[in-house]
Design a protein around this ligand. Structure first.
Ligand code: SF4
Length: 396
């Protein structure tokens, strides 16, 4: 039997990769890289390609991939089948965190939607870093989930050395619609947003791309307090201030504001929280989740945390900020994966947004608010507990 094909792709239909390009579909794993470009890179390598669906969701606050796997497993599998057909792949894998039993069950039950593929659903590593595509491939090959140095990219040297497409599960779930009606898809594109933090109704929401952040928050979650900082990508990009909430929920618009959309793990934090305390929590997250492979990442994340803690408790002096900038600059161009430079950008980004707060901490020799930022990024925090409860409710 032939692998699954696009529902609307009749004999005269253009190449599926061209249709995907026309649809404008971009990857929802965090990078928003054009899916068609990724597919084409695998196809030009030839050989015996492999398709891997990445369901190892782990960004703090993000629940959208588990939502997709629980509620739209047929769409994920159909997208996987269409990707395999477009690339001539006969082998496919779905990689999930070890704890994602319910998601694995839903995907297994829907596996027929992928067509005639040699398909395996894996429940693997539970680490944060396994969501990085090369760490995932290492884990699939039975090794520790450590990111590989790049290049080569997985498109050229992926699973067991074969050209490999690694695609996020939400992205895969959108492939059938994108191929069926590329122009319509482009005109009405939506994305899933995990809205959490100081909001009245945390949860996952389908939002048209381009909706102003202010509207996303007001319509879906409702801010529970005066807004201070908004992290559109969870911990993985610098935040915006309340004055920037007219920025559209769009990867390019957010990049233009010095932030990013990432996995759309939209964290809202109230103005009563100390931004520097939030930066301390952010820095601790990156230090905790570093895989430990590259010294610039392990030492750098630790150094960022040390300076921030000193700022928060009054031991810092002006020169410490220069040291922090130097460390962050070094981290930006080092590390096997994006974790190192993301840590530097996110932490520096908080400080850059609130120069008055930094000056006030230096002048007061401590936090003028007396601390109390909390740590929304920690496992088991009230904020993460609330969004996980929302996932359970919305997929009950
Ligand atoms: S940059 Fe950090 S997380 Fe990435 S491979 Fe190096 S040590 Fe690991």
């Amino acid at each position: 039997m032939e692998p699954a094909r696009a529902p609307s792709a009749g004999p005269a239909a253009p190449d599926p990769i061209e249709r995907l390009l026309l649809s404008g579909l971009r990857g929802r794993g965090g990078a928003w890289f054009p899916a068609a470009v990724k597919w084409r890179a695998v196809r030009v390598e030839g050989g015996a390609p492999v398709v891997v669906g990445n369901g190892a969701e782990g960004e703090p606050g993000s629940i959208k991939d588990r939502y997709v796997m629980r509620t739209r497993p047929q769409a994920v599998l159909a997208g996987l089948g269409l990707a395999a057909a477009a690339l001539g792949a006969r082998e496919a894998h779905l990689y999930l965190k070890g704890g994602f039993a319910r998601e694995a069950e839903a995907l297994q039950a829907a596996r027929g939607a992928a067509g005639d593929l040699d398909l395996t659903v894996h429940r693997g590593d539970d680490s944060y870093i396994v969501g990085e595509e090369t760490a995932l491939l290492e884990s699939l090959e039975g090794r520790r989930a450590w990111p590989r140095p790049k290049p080569p990219l997985p498109a050229a040297v992926g699973l067991r050395g074969r050209p490999t497409l690694v695609q996020n599960v939400e992205t895969l779930s959108r492939v059938p619609d994108a191929l069926a009606d590329p122009e319509g898809f482009r005109a009405g594109e939506t994305t899933l947003v995990s809205l959490w933090g100081d909001v009245n109704a945390p949860g996952v929401y389908e939002v048209p791309l381009g909706t102003p952040l202010r509207e996303v928050i007001a319509r879906h979650g409702g801010a529970a307090a005066e807004v201070g900082l908004v992290f559109p990508a969870g911990p993985s990009a610098p935040p915006l201030l309340a004055s920037q909430l007219d920025t559209p929920l769009d990867p390019d618009a957010l990049r233009a504001q010095g932030s990013a959309l990432g996995t759309a793990s939209l964290l809202v934090l109230g103005a009563a929280r100390c931004p520097l305390g939030v930066a301390v929590a952010l820095s601790a997250f990156f230090e905790r989740e570093s895989c430990g492979q590259c010294p610039p990442c392990t030492v750098g994340t630790h150094s960022l945390g040390r300076v921030l803690a000193a700022l928060e408790d009054g031991r810092a002096r002006g020169r410490d900020l220069a040291d922090l900038a130097e460390v962050a600059g070094f981290m930006t161009s080092h590390g096997y994966c994006a974790h190192c430079r993301t840590a530097a950008a996110a932490v520096s980004g908080v400080l850059a947004r609130v120069p008055g707060e930094v000056a006030a901490h230096l002048a007061a020799r401590g936090c003028p608010r007396g601390g109390g930022a909390g740590d929304p990024f920690a496992a088991g925090s009230p904020e993460r507990t609330a969004i996980e409860a929302a996932l359970a409710r919305q997929t009950a």
